[in-house]
Design a protein around this ligand. Structure first.
Ligand code: GH3
Ligand code: MG
Ligand code: MG
Ligand code: MG
Ligand code: MG
Length: 321
């Protein structure tokens, strides 16, 4: 029920307006310049459990879609200002809105218009006067397509995240690091910005596994990774390069900044033992810190690796730059 000041409710909508859509209900945007059509369509859709919003013209519909995209758009063709075809064209040109199913609902019943609508990318085309049950069924079909699209998008996002994440530590995996390196390296060359790469390796990690067991070693790696992540700024990317070796990409960062960050992390690791399965396990870390872009990505990472090797040779628990 609406209080005073709410939208006018006409005819059958008086009862339908008392039907409350379930949370997460499918939202249908009715775009029509006719108040009566909007009210009648609203009443049928609300009775079928849809959440309904209204736009009085094309411009309002587009603004609404950009703010809060609905699941289905019911679109009149003849309206003052933008007509339905023009609205459809704007939606199809917007990457964020192009997949929203549009169902035309119009008094233009000739085949030229039907074909123009469908060829323009409309999901469906309904003629006024409409059969309420058919309207609801066609909206349901459009909503189903939208739901499948959303599921696909969600699934793709999950797979994308999985494909670039290291399963143990949750940091970037090597594949994603290679991608990020290539991207930032090209940027660094193009803009003549510095790019630093830090290669970190836990000292004598074999002793952790030998002394506490492999599962405890895994926990140490995980805690090491989350402490490394907490050290970084936005835009820095840390990942697992190999077993107990981590690589950090620091875009637009010179050697001084990268070395300072590496030292801060090294000292933090040395000062505070890792906690694994109720025991404290003290570890230290060595690192090589290289300033790029240098020549190629491989040369840049190779330089960090050489420096890491020299840090190990010099006694470990140190960063070489
Ligand atoms: P250094 O100071 O020279 O780096 O010595 P280190 O013992 O750390 O180096 P080494 O390369 O000899 O051994 C690395 C060890 O890391 C051996 C390997 O079993 C262990 N390791 C690699 N990946 C994992 C993992 O995912 N989990 C656990 N628990 N151990 C791992
Ligand atoms: Mg109209
Ligand atoms: Mg019309
Ligand atoms: Mg090691
Ligand atoms: Mg190693």
């Amino acid at each position: 029920p609406r209080g005073p000041g709410g939208p006018a409710v006409i005819g059958p909508a008086v009862t339908a307006a008392t039907v409350t859509a379930a949370p997460g209900a499918t939202t249908v945007l009715i775009t029509d310049d006719s108040l009566v059509i909007r009210a009648v369509v609203r009443s049928h859709l609300e009775a079928a459990g849809y959440h309904v919003v209204e736009a009085v013209d094309g411009r309002a519909a587009i603004a609404h879609c950009r703010q809060t995209p609905p699941d289905v758009i019911l679109l009149d063709i003849e309206m003052p200002g933008l007509d339905g075809y023009e609205v459809l064209e704007v939606l199809k040109a917007d990457p964020l809105l192009m997949d929203l199913p549009v169902v035309f609902l119009t008094t233009l019943t000739d085949m030229d218009n039907v074909l123009r609508g469908l060829r323009g990318g409309a999901h469906d085309y309904l003629k006024k006067p409409f059969e309420p049950a058919e309207l609801v069924a066609r909206v349901a079909a459009a909503a189903h397509v939208k739901k499948l699209q959303d599921q696909l998008r969600q699934r793709n996002a999950e797979l994308d995240l999985l494909s670039r994440t290291d399963a143990l530590t949750g940091l970037s995996n090597r594949r994603h690091l290679e991608f990020v390196l290539a991207h930032y390296h090209a940027d660094s060359v193009r803009h003549q910005d510095p790019l630093s790469v830090l290669l970190l390796d836990i000292d004598h990690f074999k002793r952790v596994n030998d002394g506490y067991g492999h599962p405890a070693g895994d926990v140490v790696l995980t805690e090491f990774a989350s402490r490394l992540r907490a050290t970084l700024r936005e835009g820095d990317v840390a990942g697992r390069w190999g077993g107990e070796e981590f690589l950090v990409v620091l875009p637009r960062t010179g050697l001084e900044g990268a070395f300072a960050l590496a030292e801060r992390f090294r000292l933090d690791v040395a000062a505070t033992p890792m906690r694994a399965e109720g025991v404290e396990i003290a570890v230290t870390v060595s690192g090589g810190c290289a300033l790029g872009p240098l020549g190629t990505v491989a040369e840049l990472v190779g330089r960090a690796d050489t420096l890491l090797y020299s840090a190990k040779g010099a006694g470990r628990n140190r960063i070489a730059a």
